[in-house]
Design a protein. Sequence first.
Length: 271
Amino acid sequence: MILIGTSGFSYEDWKGEFYPAGISSKDMLSFYCRVFPTVEINSTYYAVPSRSSIEEMARKTPSDFKFTVKAHKDITHSERASNKTLRALLTSIEPLKDAGKLGCVIAQYPWSFKPSNSARMRLAELSEIMNDIPTVVEFRNSAWGVEETIELLRELGLGFCCVDGPELKELMPRMCAASSNIGYVRFHGRNTQNWWIHEKTWERYDYLYTEDELAEWIPKITALSDKTEFLYVFFNNHYRGKSAQNARILARMLSIPVIEMPKPDQPSLFI
């Protein structure tokens, strides 16, 4: 099953682009889930949400909707992963698991996280603590772009995140692989010039994929879906709703039904 969505959904600059101009923040998820079957929650990288806020997300979405949850930065970006933070996160997202709406947790490690014995130990610790929670790992450093990485994750019961980003030798290559029954692809945009040097974070993700660029992934995504039970595809090029636009284009290219939307400047049913 291929599920296509975006990395995050609550963006002010999507108003008038993807969302109706006058929509309130509390109605964004209800609108979003009419269009996409899945979403990647990114806010959990910065703060562990309250259980009640997650319960509300579960309540607002259809029974077959799937969430993936980004691991908190204390877990992936600290020299020693915070087990306390991880347990707090797992407790907060229990309502998604109970509702059958938790696809997996996505643990994105920084570029500074390179292959080493200590790095492999951290991955083993993550696997042990996650236990029965499906978990996918995203690497940023190109040193992980080898077959041994897939074998390591497979041994640990962790999934592998395929990435599409700028063609920079220090970043992960656009390799296509799966190490568990969950496939995962993240499109970050190909903003080579602004990836490392930018004034605002959004400049890195201000990129709209062409159909020719997306076409490169059609055979890869098809192959991944044959190897996995669920394949999550998320667009993170979120500036001014470009991710939502590309997600819909890719769905059409894969012959996945796409919901026709009202134009953003038309009145919303939720206002």
